[in-house]
Write a protein that binds this ligand. Sequence first.
Ligand code: HDL
Ligand code: ZN
Length: 439
Amino acid sequence: MDARSVSESERTANLPQADALPVSQIESVVEDVLASTPFVDVHTHLFSPVFGSLGLWGIDELLTYHYLEAEFFRSSDMPPERYWKLSKREQADAIWQVLFVENTPISEATRGIIAVLQAFGLPTESLDLEEARSFFQAQQLESHVQRVLEMAGVSTVVMTNDPLNPEEQLIWMNGVKSHPQFQAVLRLDRILRDWGGNWQQLVKQGYAVDAQASGRTVSEVRRFLSDWYGRMHPVYMAVSLPDTFQFPADTIQSKMLAEAVIPSCREFDLPLSLMIGVRLQVNPRLRLAGDAVGRADLRVLENLCRTFPDNRFLVSVLSRENQHELCVYARKFNNLMPFGCWWFLNNPSIVEEITRERLEMLGASFIPQHSDARVLEQVIYKWQNTRTILARILGNTYRLLSNDGRGVRRQDIQRDVTRLFRSNFEKWTRLSSGDTAAV
Ligand code: HDL
Ligand code: ZN
């Protein structure tokens, strides 16, 4: 039958769901489902309260976020060397004065501060930070964490844990009481990016490794990973890699990946998170704000996914120019899970572009976002922005589907949002929905 001859009533009557939403209601239902579904934040630099001062929170930490420091140095005559000599409080005062008093906070990171202050009912146009400081100083951390995660609509925060960070190592060695809303990650940058500078730390921990990664080094690194798996119970192992990353290669990094880390991930049934595209310290004067981005050769993903079909790879790439090919690779390898609009990509204009092309090419089989939060209260604005953008994009996607001839119900939208922001990650990491339930 010619499609044109099907009458409107026959076409509608063919819709399998009598309860399909009117197109005009779709976006508001998407907004409501996004607002009422707690998300899993799959990559952050937050810590559960038991980690003490490693966990950052409050207005002075929010304002001295390295994203804001980079913007401060563009609008201030203060040389970085002088800024680094200031106290944390003085640094926050300087940033507030330059970016929020002398200039309008119109960047993504400065608007985020305004959104956080607004969320707590704090003034957003003060000439100083006294009222904000008093508010945060009055908070009790555990209840503040609960309140912030509830405001952000986040049920689970995935941390970044470094077994070779001396301060963090001590806390793990003394035994860490797990927190129902925080999951650990075994982060391996020091081993995989700077073997020369870190192999002796493994020796200090009792592992018989050497500078050339010869002899028993591989089996000892496997033992190191096994011991830390037992301490942390991580949901994945992770490493951030430069734009120049190559695999395979005749390097200690490649050997450690192929012979120790990737086999260990299989042994413990863990994904390996690869975050590719950082150009470290292009301007060391800015310290943590001194990193930049480079387009990577994503044939490394082809090689890794094809060589290790029984491993699962959780991948985020930093260059906007790598995003489309990441989608193509995800279509070729179902052991590749793209996630997030990372770091310099976490801006509404780019998040929209990336998320639309992922939906168009991958359906709901990817993880749209992570916060990368370093300071607790950042999750409030980062996830508020994600929900706003996703409401618009998903609303448009479902309208297109309706126009193509398939009505959409609320339960369809709920199923997709749950998959995008919870169950894709739960399945990838073998977490149960109970492990990530909102408390
Ligand atoms: O390596 C990483 O996990 C990056 O996210 C860096 O921590 C980076 O400094 C950052 O905070 N980006 O948002
Ligand atoms: Zn990060």
